[in-house]
Each structure stands twice: as structure tokens, then as C-alpha cells.
Design a protein around this ligand. Sequence first.
Ligand SMILES: Nc1ncnc2c1ncn2[C@@H]1O[C@H](COP(=O)(O)OP(=O)(O)O)[C@@H](O)[C@H]1O
Ligand SMILES: [Mg+2]
Length: 177
Amino acid sequence: MKCQSTNCEYAIRFAIRQIRMAFVSDWHHCFMIEITTHSASQTKNIASALAKEIKKTPHKTGAFVVALEGNLGSGKTTFAQGFARGLGIKDIPKSPTFVLMNVYPFGKARHLVHIDCYRIKSSKELLHLGVKEIFKDPHSIVVIEWAERIKKILPKSIVRISFHHGKKSNERKLKVL
Ligand SMILES: Nc1ncnc2c1ncn2[C@@H]1O[C@H](COP(=O)(O)OP(=O)(O)O)[C@@H](O)[C@H]1O
Ligand SMILES: [Mg+2]
């Protein structure tokens, strides 16, 4: 499904439902959703709406992992910032230039773990930081930039979103895979 409208409400609702299904029942996606955004704030709003839904959905088997894929400047950090805002985190994640992983507490003993694999050389760097344990923790929500670089160590049940530049300078295409 493609969405060209300004608020993309229908596509967002559909994406949320799909994510929920995958989350709750280990159900594999039958559809791919593509949402076009026209500004950074629109990308943040979509991310925030998704985060609010994910926060509401109980997860028993491990962390909820959102894998963000795409080139530099395609909007992954912008998405992570909106996502954090949706969880009620005020100290919004910046792109961690030299830091691989940042942890932001929210709610009652829950955590947003923001990982940026831009500078990673090997998945082992994350294993040393205890990422396997984080993936097992149902209290954590993990957002990973450049997730395509650490495919080998990602859990099976994740939500993947790929980011692409559109034709216009402020246009980005988000595909929920
Ligand atoms: N529709 C859009 N969605 C997200 N970011 C956008 C959009 N239009 C312009 N931008 C700008 O593009 C840049 C995206 O950068 P960033 O989120 O850091 O990308 P990445 O983390 O993928 O490298 C930001 O400067 C942001 O303001
Ligand atoms: Mg980034």
C-alpha cells in the first residue's frame, strides 16, 4: 500500500495493525507498507504513533526490536527521535557518533535501547555490550540504525523499516517490511 496524503493516517493505522500482529502472534507479514513522508516532523509523528502502540502491547518473549535500514540522511535518527518522544522520553536520542548504544529509561522500569551500527566493524562489538541479554528482556524496546549490518545477530521476530530518499529533497519513503 502506498500513501501520498499529508497525514498518512490510513497507512499508519494499517502499519500499526500489521506490526501488532507480527508482535503478538509471530505472524509473518503478507503485505509491505510504504509510507511517504514530506518533512522530518511527519516522520517523527509516524514514529511517535508507532511507539505509543508498541508501548501498549505487552511482549512476553523478549524485547520488541525495530530494525531501521537505509542510507545516511534517509531519516533513521529522525525516526528514532520521534519514536522516543512517543514513549515519553524527553532526552531524545541524538545520533550517537562514537557511541554504539544508548539506553533511555521510560515508564515503570522499561528501557529504550538505541543502537547505531554506522561505525560498527563486527557484530561482536555488540555481543560484548550484552545485546543478546537485551534482546531477551521483555521490558526493553530496541531501535537499531543500520540494522542490515548486524543481520546475523538479530532475533527472528523483528519489525524492519527501510528508509529511502524520495524524488523531492524532503521526501522519504518508509517501507515496513
Ligand atoms: N521526510 C523526512 N523524514 C526524515 N528526515 C527528513 C525528511 N525531510 C528532510 N529530512 C532531514 O533529513 C535528515 C535525516 O537525517 P537523519 O535522521 O540523521 O538520517 P540517518 O539517521 O538515516 O542518517 C535530517 O536532517 C532531517 O531533518
Ligand atoms: Mg542516524
